[in-house]
Design a protein around this ligand. Structure first.
Ligand code: PBG
Length: 321
């Protein structure tokens, strides 16, 4: 028997590149943006080095420079928050204005918007609070508001809306209103398997959206579960979702893999703020950072993600050249 030499395919770089099974595709990378009211604002976020809150003028500048970016995910930070999150669906809300401005500038860009209340409601929860019998997020009242937010984003020109509140029936509620108002071309990227994670901290600093009481465990998923993620995905598919999302990504590669095996639907993975900052703060040089990020993002792709939402999107475009 001749010796089996698996190392032959790792012998030199050209061969390694030639036989590599997984490639990161710039087209499948989604860049998140935090947009604020005002002008000429580029505000650093302490817990997320190199990520900023941008006013619309600076956002446009950034987008114009980032020509390779195909898709963005927009988060708004309103000037005022109230208990009902009114700023989330105002015609002249921050996200609505940002979408219209982007539309004038880059027609080809795929604009995805986060649909949730936590960034707009003073209590920091993802939905409407009911006080009786005890403090809780009211599922069905929240659906009405999510539908209003999604519609206002569609009217402003969003390509996809991304409900992230983890309310039951959120995809159906949004699909119904979009169809009724003639926005059947606007798609839904559902945060379908979104876990109650300890890795969202820096993001909540960015949005000032940490819950003011309690936590999100009664609506976001329990990280001990994976069968339930499949049920969430199945439910969203039945309700008409176009792309499903798993979030966070790194501790959840098995979830991505299981969904990939079981369903034929595009999967987006969200490499979240805590995962970003952890590496960002550890990597002492750009070279190490680049190598670590390529390894991590390729791992997410290898697990089965079709799209990756990452704060490294712009760096990645350079690194992949
Ligand atoms: C809003 C939302 C969150 C993130 C995306 N959309 C935070 C949360 O649920 O508290 C987190 C993204 C990140 O950490 O990068 N519901």
């Amino acid at each position: 028997m001749p010796a089996v030499r698996l190392r032959r395919l790792r012998e030199k770089r050209a061969i390694r590149d030639w036989v590599s099974e997984t490639q990161l595709n710039p087209k499948s990378i989604i860049l998140p943006y935090f947009v604020v009211e005002g002008k000429k604002i580029k505000e650093p976020i302490e817990s997320m080095p190199c990520v900023y809150r941008l006013s619309i003028d600076n956002l446009l500048k950034d987008i114009t420079e980032a020509v390779e970016i195909q898709a963005i995910l927009l988060f708004g930070i309103p000037m005022h928050k109230d208990s009902l999150g009114f700023g989330a669906y105002k015609k002249n809300g921050i996200v609505q204005k940002a979408i219209r401005a982007i539309r004038k500038q880059r027609k080809d860009l795929i604009v995805i918007t986060d649909v949730c209340l936590c960034g707009y409601a003073s209590h920091g929860h993802c939905g409407i609070i009911k006080k009786r019998p005890e403090f809780a997020v009211d599922n069905d009242k929240t659906l009405e508001v999510l539908a209003k937010i999604a519609l206002s984003h569609a009217e402003a020109g969003a390509d996809f809306v991304a409900p992230s509140a983890m309310m039951d029936g959120q995809v159906r509620a949004i699909r119904e209103v979009l169809d009724k108002k003639d926005f059947e071309e606007v798609g839904i990227m559902g945060y379908s398997a979104k876990y109650a994670s300890n890795f969202y901290g820096p993001f909540r600093d960015a949005l000032h959206s940490a819950p003011q009481f309690g936590d999100r465990k009664s609506y976001q998923m329990d990280y001990r579960n994976s069968d339930k993620a499949l049920r969430e995905i199945k439910q969203d598919i039945e309700e008409g979702v176009d792309i499903v999302m798993v979030k966070p990504a790194l501790g959840y590669l098995d979830i991505i893999y299981r969904i990939k095996q079981k369903f034929n639907i595009p999967i987006a993975a969200y490499n979240v703020s805590g995962e970003y900052s952890m590496v960002k703060k550890y990597a002492q040089s750009r070279e190490i950072e680049k190598d670590m990020v390529l390894e991590i993002l390729t791992g997410i792709k290898r697990a089965g993600a079709d799209f990756i939402i990452t704060y490294w999107a712009k760096d990645l475009m350079k690194w992949l050249k």
